[in-house]
Design a protein around this ligand. Structure first.
Ligand code: ADP
Length: 465
């Protein structure tokens, strides 16, 4: 169980962030501590070198002021008085040993002929470090001329220095352990804090997947990124909820619109079956059934047309269409119906107005809007169709003096199967405007509407020129 949780943890972003944080922290701490250690060790070495140089300077002065014997006496005195392991060797410039102190515990120490050669050419002392085989610590040496014919070599054990650096190294190592644990804890805390918002989004998503569609992630101003994620997620949920609602309404409407004609077909068939009928009655039943079926087929075809147009599939070409001609033809087609109702059709069109689109689809768009304007306008009313070119876009307005649309209905009339209560007495299936809008959108245009109840409506279609 514990192992399983540990394995699960390994795959989490928190774990990976913590790991990254700890590795980066350890790496940078090691780098900083190494630089620090390097500086400390070079400072101590510089101090030792300064001491040796000073000592050489003192011996050089002693040689010139008080002679060689005094130098030898001073060497013996220094060895006795020093706490540290130190050794002195007085050499002639050609390498002969004139005097030397004990080299215990280092054993035999070779004279460097190269250094002596260098000293013959230049008078500056030469510093170096010796790695002696049977001795635990290194030895720092200095060769320097104390007179034109004599060279003094001083050797100083680096025991104290190395012990001091070892204590320092152990201390740094001990310090690193709590530092690493602390960095892992901080990394874990920071990653948990950063991912808390993401966790909340996940929990809300889990709730939603169980059916709580009205749940939302709380925006708590944690950080810009998390709040943006929460807002985007909430926005997406709003849209999904609205989509689900409209789909539910659409399904209700489809069910309703299918049930009425099917009930009618069944009713006619039942009546014909149970009454003593003539052949004429059967013919009437067949005719009514065909009519109802035609309506159903038209409804299904229009739904398919809308879906195809919205998805951008299906056949339509983009060509230059003479809109003035197309509108005039549609008006001629509907004039008899309008005349019969007593509705006047007025056109205000330029001689030639072109736009980009598919003429068959644009014809459907125009006829749907024109048909609606005539259908929802009572006798003595008028329908005005005007078109113009404005700022590189084509505007067509279908204005009527009809029944109008209430403010409550206005945002919904482009939804599939939506019909305002006032128009339910008229023929129609509630798909004409959806198709018209889908066509306008497919060509990069749009349809907007303004309306006042019992005064009339105006549909503005915009299309690219
Ligand atoms: P249909 O006309 O078949 O009902 P539409 O999709 O064409 O379906 O229109 C949807 C609804 O919008 C109509 O039922 C009607 O209530 C309203 N509507 C459309 N055009 C007009 C108009 N010119 N005047 C008033 N109401 C309209």
């Amino acid at each position: 169980m514990f192992l399983k949780r540990l394995l699960n943890l390994k795959g989490t972003l928190s774990f990976r962030l913590t790991l990254w944080y700890t590795v980066i922290f350890i790496f940078s701490s090691l780098l900083a501590l190494s630089i620090f250690y390097y500086r400390i060790s070079s400072i101590t070495m510089e101090r030792i070198d300064a001491e040796l140089l000073e000592e050489m300077e003192e011996f050089s002065t002693l040689r010139s002021e008080e002679g060689l014997e005094q130098v030898k006496a001073e060497m013996a005195l220094e060895v006795k008085s020093e706490d540290e392991e130190i050794f002195y060797r007085l050499l002639s410039i050609d390498g002969q040993v004139l005097a030397m102190s004990s080299t215990q515990p280092w054993g035999r120490l070779e004279v460097s002929g190269n250094i002596l050669r260098d000293l013959r050419d230049q008078s500056r002392p030469v510093l170096g470090t010796l790695d002696i085989p049977n001795y635990k610590y290194k030895v720092r040496t200095i060769y320097g001329s104390i007179s034109p014919t004599e060279v003094l070599q001083i050797g100083l054990s680096l025991e104290d220095n190395e012990k001091y650096l070892k204590v320092f190294r152990d201390l740094l190592f001990l310090l690193m352990i709590p530092l690493f644990i602390f960095s892992a804890l901080i990394g874990w805390f920071l990653s948990r804090q950063a991912l808390l918002g993401v966790e909340e989004v996940t929990l809300t998503a889990i709730d939603i997947s169980k059916g709580s569609y009205d749940k939302r992630v709380q925006v708590k101003r944690r950080s810009y990124e998390v709040d943006r994620l929460a807002n985007t997620f909430n926005g997406m949920l709003d849209r999904i909820q609205a989509l689900l609602k409209s789909m539910r309404e659409m399904t209700d409407n489809i069910a309703h619109d299918l049930r009425s004609p099917l009930t009618r077909i069944r009713g006619i068939a039942e009546m014909t079956l149970f009454s003593k009928n003539s052949i004429k009655d059967y013919e009437n039943m067949a005719a009514s059934t065909i009519e109802e079926c035609d309506n159903l087929i038209e409804m299904i075809n229009t739904m398919l047309d809308i879906t195809e147009t919205e998805a951008g599939v299906g056949e339509f070409k983009i060509e230059k269409v003479n809109l003035s001609r197309l509108i005039l033809d549609a008006c001629e087609l509907f004039r008899p119906t309008a005349n019969e109702k007593g509705v006047n059709i007025i056109t205000i069109l330029p001689d030639k107005l072109h736009c980009q689109g598919d003429s068959n689809k644009l014809q459907r768009l125009v006829t749907n809007l024109l048909e609606n304007s005539i259908k929802y306008t009572e006798s003595e009313g008028s329908v005005t169709i005007s078109a113009s070119l404005d700022n590189g876009q084509v505007n067509i307005i279908f204005e009527d003096t009809g029944i109008g649309i209430s403010e409550k209905d206005l945002p919904k009339i482009f939804e599939r199967f939506y019909r305002c209560d006032m128009s339910r007495s008229k023929a129609g299936i509630g798909l004409g405007l959806s198709l018209a809008k889908a066509i306008a959108n497919a060509f990069g245009g749009d349809i907007r509407v303004k309306s006042a109840l019992n005064k009339g409506s105006a549909f503005l279609v915009t299309l690219p020129h």
